[in-house]
Structure formats: structure tokens, C-alpha cells
Design a protein around this ligand. Structure first.
Ligand SMILES: [Zn+2]
Length: 153
């Protein structure tokens, strides 16, 4: 057996009906890990479920894709386990999964508009599949974490 690293964690399953929590879909890009840390601290989440994949919520911008089906399935399974009342879909500026800022000619306004459109599509995909769960969309730039309201259509 190899060398063990010691740590401790509670062994009981958590239940977000008893404590504040959510499920976050976020990108793997480590440049923005401090933004995730800041976001959950500002929101006061002691625990949350995290799905971390390249592009974050971008996978749901193609709702009929295999990736979207997989992530929606994960939301459902995690909700059955932990009973969160909200899903937070996050994307960030200069995301490689969307071609990066260069794909928009480094036009920040154009890029953010495109990311917002992708978040809107992602939000609709989750609402269509899991209508009882609140969905929030969040866009992260190099300077800000912006919650973007998505009207219920
Ligand atoms: Zn990314």
C-alpha cells in the first residue's frame, strides 16, 4: 500500500432541506477558481454540489447533445440525494470551450452577449427537464461575478 494522506470529513450525508446549499455547474479553468470560491463565500454556502467540466454551463447550450443529457441526469441524481432547491449555471470570459475571447475578436461586449445567450439556452434546458428546481445563471469576467436574471418564458 502507498503512503496515506490523513484527513477527516463528516460521514453523514447532507440534506439541503436542512442547510443552505445548491448545485453549481462550473468550468475547469483554474484561472477562475478564486471566482468560484468568492461566489460561494458571498452566498454563504458551507457546502454545495459541484459539477466541474470544461465549459461549465456551455454543455447545456446544446440541449440535445449527449453531454447535456448526462449533466441533466447528474442534476436529477444529485437532487434526489441532497435536495438542493437551486441550480447555478456558470460560465466565464475567455473560456476555451467557447473559443476564448479571440473567437470574438477580443470584443468583450460581443463575447459577453454570446455567453449570455448560451446561459439563457442552458437555463431553458434545465427548466424544461427539472421544472421544480430554481435555476440561476452567473457570468464571470476577469473583474466581476454577475448574476443574470433569466425570465421564465
Ligand atoms: Zn472555461
Amino acid at each position: 500500500m502507498g503512503q496515506a494522506i490523513q484527513f477527516t470529513t463528516p460521514s453523514d450525508h447532507y440534506d439541503f432541506r436542512k442547510e443552505k446549499g445548491c448545485c453549481i455547474l462550473w468550468c475547469t479553468d483554474a484561472r477562475f477558481t478564486p471566482a468560484l470560491d468568492k461566489f460561494v463565500a458571498e452566498r454563504g454556502y458551507m457546502r454545495y454540489d459541484l459539477i466541474r467540466i470544461a465549459g461549465g454551463a456551455n454543455v447545456l447550450a446544446t440541449p440535445e447533445g449527449d453531454g447535456a443529457r448526462f449533466v441533466i441526469g447528474q442534476f436529477g441524481a444529485l437532487h434526489n440525494l441532497h435536495h438542493f432547491d437551486s441550480i447555478i449555471l456558470m460560465m466565464h470570459q475567455d473560456c476555451g470551450a467557447c473559443g476564448g475571447s479571440k473567437a470574438f475578436g477580443d470584443d468583450c461586449a460581443r463575447e459577453l452577449q454570446d455567453l449570455n445567450l448560451r446561459l439563457s439556452t442552458a437555463c431553458k434546458a434545465v427548466r424544461d427537464s427539472l421544472p421544480s428546481i430554481k435555476v440561476e445563471t452567473v457570468l464571470v469576467t476577469f473583474k466581476e461575478i454577475i448574476s443574470i436574471p433569466q425570465p421564465v418564458l
